[in-house]
Write a protein that binds this ligand. Structure first.
Ligand code: PLP
Length: 403
C-alpha cells in the first residue's frame, strides 16, 4: 500500500474563489496569479479552473511557456519582467506582456529587434521599496519607453505593502495618483488583500485618455483596470486572523490529508517524540500520522508558537503534540475520543489542512498561524513526494465553515 498522505486540489473551489474576486472587482479584469507553480497547486492542475480569468500573471518564462503549451492564447504578464535581454525574444515569440521596473530592462528593449511591439507594465515604487521606479524617476522612464518603437502600449502598475494591515494603502495610492495623474494607460494596483479590503477605495482623477475597455466604471477605484489575484484564489484570507477565508466567502482549494499509522496509549508522565517535548498530563491516546516536514508540513507546527497546530482526526479538531519529524507527527486523541466516544483506529482520516470527508474544514491559515508563518508558504512548500489528486465536486452545504 502506498503511504497514505495525499494532497487534493479542489478545482470547483478555484472557480468559486475566482467568482468571489469578480464580485469584489466587478469592473476590473482579473489576472490569475500562478507564480510558484500556482502557489504549490500545480499550474496544469489549476489551468482549466482559472481559464475564466482575463489573463495569467506568471513569474518566469517557464511558467509562461507552459501556459502557451496548454493552449492559453490570452494575456500573460511576467510580474518581474525580463531577467536578461534574451528573455525579450521569448516575449516576442510568445506574445508576453512584461513588467518594466528598472532602467536596464528599458536598455534591453531599446536593443531588442522585434516584429511585434510589446505591451509593458511600467512599475512605480510607491513605497514597497522592492521593485519599481522611484516617483521622481517614473516620468523619464515612461518618456523613454514611449519613444521606443519596440513598445506598443504602456500600462501603469504598483504593488502594496500593507493592503492586509492597519497601515493600509492610502499613502501608496496618493503617490500613484500624483505620479500617474496625467498619463494614459491601463492601471493595476491590487493584490488579493487590496481586492478584498480596498477595491472600492477612490483612485484619483485621471485626465489622460484611457486605453482600456469602454464603459469601465471602475476607473475611479483602486481596483482599476486589472486586479492581480493570488492567494485569495487559493482559498486563504490574506488578512487572517482579522478576517477568515470563510468570512470572505473563499473555499479551500487544497486539502493535505493522511491517516493514522498507529495509536499509542500513554500513561501520565510519558513523553512523545524527539526531545520529549510533550509530557502526558494523564493517561491518553496519541495518534501517529503519516505526515512530516519532508512532506512540506511545517516543523514549527509542534507548538513553537504557542499550542501545536490544529488537525482534524475523523473530522474532529485536535492538535499536534510533540515534535514534527521528517515523516511522522503525533496528535492528541483526547478531543477525538471525547467527541466520538471511541478511540480512533489506525487508518483513521487525518486532515492537516483543507476539507475532511465529514465536510469539516480546517483553514490552512490557522495551521500557518500556529506555525509562525502564512498560508502562502505552506501551500508553496507542498513537497514533490506528496501525490496529488484533482477533484471537481459541487460545493456542499456548509462550505467554507470552519470546523
Ligand atoms: C504575487 C503577486 C501578487 C499576488 O499577491 P497575493 O497576495 O497572492 O494576491 C500580485 N502582484 C504582484 C506583483 C505579485 O508579485
Amino acid at each position: 500500500m502506498p503511504r497514505p498522505i495525499k494532497a487534493t486540489i479542489h478545482v470547483n473551489a478555484l472557480r468559486h474563489n475566482l467568482g468571489r474576486i469578480r464580485v469584489c472587482a466587478p469592473h476590473s479584469r482579473v489576472w490569475a496569479v500562478v507564480k510558484a507553480n500556482a502557489y504549490g497547486h500545480g499550474l496544469a492542475r489549476v489551468f482549466d479552473a482559472l481559464r475564466g480569468a482575463d489573463g495569467f500573471a506568471a513569474l518566469d518564462l517557464d511558467e509562461a511557456k507552459r501556459l502557451r503549451e496548454m493552449g492559453w492564447r490570452g494575456p500573460i504578464l511576467l510580474l518581474e519582467g525580463a531577467f536578461e535581454l534574451r528573455d525579450l525574444e521569448w516575449c516576442s515569440r510568445l506574445d508576453l506582456w512584461h513588467t518594466v521596473h528598472c532602467d536596464e530592462q528599458i536598455d534591453w528593449l531599446a536593443t531588442h529587434k522585434t516584429q511585434v511591439a510589446h505591451r509593458v507594465f511600467l512599475k512605480l515604487n510607491s513605497g514597497m521599496n522592492r521593485l519599481g521606479f522611484a516617483p521622481d524617476a517614473f516620468r523619464s522612464a515612461w518618456t523613454r519607453l514611449n519613444a521606443l518603437t519596440q513598445v506598443d502600449e504602456i500600462s501603469l502598475m504598483t504593488h502594496f505593502s500593507d493592503a492586509d494591515g492597519a497601515r493600509g494603502i492610502a499613502q501608496q495610492v496618493a503617490c500613484f495618483d500624483t505620479v500617474t495623474a496625467d498619463l494614459a494607460g491601463a492601471r493595476t494596483l491590487c493584490n488579493s488583500a487590496a481586492i478584498l479590503r480596498h477595491a472600492n477605495a477612490p483612485l484619483g482623477a485621471r485626465d489622460g485618455p484611457h486605453t482600456e475597455a469602454p464603459g469601465d466604471t471602475q476607473r475611479g477605484h483602486v481596483a482599476a483596470d486589472w486586479v492581480r489575484a493570488g492567494i485569495a484564489l487559493y482559498g486563504s484570507a490574506p488578512d487572517f486572523p482579522e478576517c477568515t477565508a470563510a468570512q470572505w466567502g473563499l473555499l479551500p482549494t487544497m486539502t493535505l490529508s493522511s491517516k493514522l499509522l498507529a495509536i499509542q496509549s500513554l500513561r501520565a508522565g510519558d513523553t512523545v517524540g524527539y526531545g520529549s517535548t510533550f509530557v502526558a498530563p494523564e493517561a491518553m491516546g496519541v495518534g501517529v500520522v503519516a505526515c512530516g516536514y519532508a512532506d512540506g508540513y511545517p516543523r514549527h507546527a509542534s507548538g513553537s508558537f504557542g499550542e501545536g497546530a490544529p488537525v482534524l482526526v475523523n473530522g474532529v479538531r485536535t492538535r499536534v503534540i510533540g515534535r514534527v519529524s521528517m515523516d511522522m507527527l503525533t496528535v492528541d486523541l483526547r478531543p477525538v475520543c471525547e467527541a466520538t466516544g471511541v478511540m480512533p483506529m489506525a487508518g483513521a482520516e487525518v486532515v492537516l489542512w483543507g476539507r475532511s470527508a465529514t465536510g469539516a474544514v480546517l483553514p490552512v491559515d490557522e495551521v500557518a498561524q500556529a506555525s509562525g508563518t502564512i498560508a502562502y508558504e505552506l501551500l508553496c512548500a507542498l513537497a514533490p513526494r506528496v501525490p496529488v489528486t484533482v477533484v471537481d465536486e459541487p460545493a456542499v452545504a456548509g462550505d467554507g465553515q470552519a470546523a
